[in-house]
Ligand binder design. Structure first.
Ligand SMILES: [Mg+2]
Length: 218
């Protein structure tokens, strides 16, 4: 079903990366399986105990810049996080129909910006594997902005840097809290991406127009 997004009115397409364009299975597997496994080996504890400890630790840093900072996690956990990500880079995948959507937006001369809470080192690893970097006019990592996307300051700085017009911008993300902040800031067109992982059931949103798949926009 075509969602009621008037693509003609849109000049700027703002896109989240993980879960929205790329399969979140990579990140779920990384933080939920590989990191606990390596942490357990290193500290001579069971996988279950490592997982419990890590999930509490992750939670305590949610919505902070530490959360997105893989160098922070390398220090905190005494593991080489970028090297571990490289180890499973084969799991980094673009969601179906994303490339066709990006090509179509380019053809219609939309400006395409990637706005991500991911660290620039993670972005580099993911761009190397997927080659999607070439479709973006610019890439903004919240780590470089100084605030995660859940905070209005992120949007104020993003607008200054990228010079998009919020009245003719479309923003797509798989995190409702991020969409709420974007709405408060005044981004006119918002979409919730429900199918985030190839291996998990879609999420749902009560508040935002939803797509499961980029084919719905073409
Ligand atoms: Mg996301």
């Amino acid at each position: 079903m075509l969602k009621k997004i008037p693509l003609d009115e849109i000049k700027y397409v703002l896109l989240d990366m993980d879960g929205t364009l790329l399969d979140l299975y990579f990140d779920d597997y990384f933080w939920g399986h590989l990191v606990p496994e390596k942490y357990a080996e290193k500290h001579n504890m069971s996988f279950g105990a490592a997982k419990d400890y890590l999930f509490t630790t992750y939670k305590s840093h949610e919505k902070t810049l530490n959360w997105c900072d893989i160098d922070f996690w390398s220090r905190e956990l005494h593991l080489d996080i970028p090297a571990l990500k490289e180890q499973i880079r084969h799991l980094i995948e673009v969601h179906p129909h994303v490339i066709d959507f990006l090509k179509l937006m380019k053809k219609h001369r939309k400006k395409i910006f990637l706005l991500t809470n991911a660290h620039f080192k993670t972005v580099r690893i993911k761009f190397n594997k997927t080659q999607i970097g070439k479709y973006f006019d610019d890439v903004l990592c919240s780590f470089n902005v100084g605030h995660p996307k859940e905070f209005i300051e992120f949007w104020q700085k993003a607008e200054k840097k990228l010079k998009f017009d919020k009245e003719c911008s479309l923003f797509i993300d798989d995190t409702e809290d991020v969409l709420k902040t974007a709405r408060e800031f005044g981004i006119k067109h918002l979409l919730f991406k429900a199918k985030v992982s190839s291996k998990a059931e879609p999420k749902s949103s009560e508040e935002f127009l939803t797509i499961h798949d980029f084919r719905e926009l073409m």
